[in-house]
Design a protein around this ligand. Sequence first.
Ligand code: AMP
Length: 398
Amino acid sequence: MKILVINCGSSSLKFQLIDSDTEEVLGKGLCERIGIDGSVINFTPAGRDKIVREVPMPDHNKAIELVIEALTDPDNGVVRELSEIGAVGHRIVHGGEAFTKSVVIDDKVLAAIEEVSDLAPLHNPANLIGVRACQKAMPGVPMVAVFDTAFHQTMPEEAYLYGLPYGYYEKFKVRRYGFHGTSHAFVSRRAAEIIGRPYEELKLIVCHLGNGASVSAVKNGKCIDTSMGLTPLEGLIMGTRSGDIDPAVVEYIGQKDGKDLAGVMNVLNKKSGVFGLSGDLSSDFRDLEAGYNKQDPGATRAIMTFAYHVVKYIGAYTAAMDGVDGICFTAGVGENSPLVRRLVAGRLSFLGITLDEEANDVHGKERTISTPDSRVRVMVIPTNEELAIARDTAALVG
Ligand code: AMP
């Protein structure tokens, strides 16, 4: 079945058409600046050049129209007619406690997603706009919602509760949810295949290190803890997000720097992380690595602090699972930065880990990077959230 995978943001829309039988990507693209001047759609049919068009996109309905036009274009399209597309899989950021797995979208599901939108006010409304635009353009085609939070819903209470008045959980559902769940699920399952033992018997740690970054502990096939919280701001130091801080910092910065709550939150979300730590050099690890290699103090500080926090989480999750069989690196930095992997794995000798320096020198390829005598297997496993969404969609509507 041909499945259209949609990842809709407030002003962007990423799409891929995947054949779920062969798992081949038939075409993929991106609409940018939706609702803003200078909208652009780019589309790359498999094995052919990228086509870039500047077309006004006042809203997501127009964007979906253009996506369908691109996919069915007689010259550069990848399907002859729209009816060849059997289903649509949508990435939905927050499923709250309502969704523990992917579901076929109906009116009840849409209402439930809307109900938890307060928890992800930047993401869920945009995701829903994408669903509705697709429903309008492709009536009758089954749609599936795949949630970033669903995989983490197996966390026990002791892992998801904060040390706050319990009433905040009861009344407002304030708790840790975790994100990047589709990636953590995909990568941990693949790790079990690589190790060659049942998923249900393994203790795995997945380090999803991208612009957003999170770690998860997956024990016996279930997520038992993860570093992101109520929102994606908690946990590891990220590109521009602070990750864990003393909550009292919010009030203190507000007073010292004359900022209101929104101003401080903007600093924590957009000006912090490796970007802020580097002295505003860059949030991109390629720039930071270049700086590190030239002994730039800001870049070095940012990378060392980032890596240290990853090490701390790995230590904590090893304790939480009472051991670890495999550690996986994935996402932009995890897949492409031998330096970050070395700085992390180099501090894990207490786990009996020895890094194979030569194997570690890879970019974007699946590979074991620990030596054969290493007590814990360390792996680079490229994530593929779109394929995971297509698989879930095919399983539910196939
Ligand atoms: P993601 O959010 O998973 O797309 O990851 C994006 C991040 O991956 C970028 O901001 C870069 O910092 C990082 N990245 C991508 N390619 C490389 C590379 N070759 N070396 C180091 N970092 C990279």
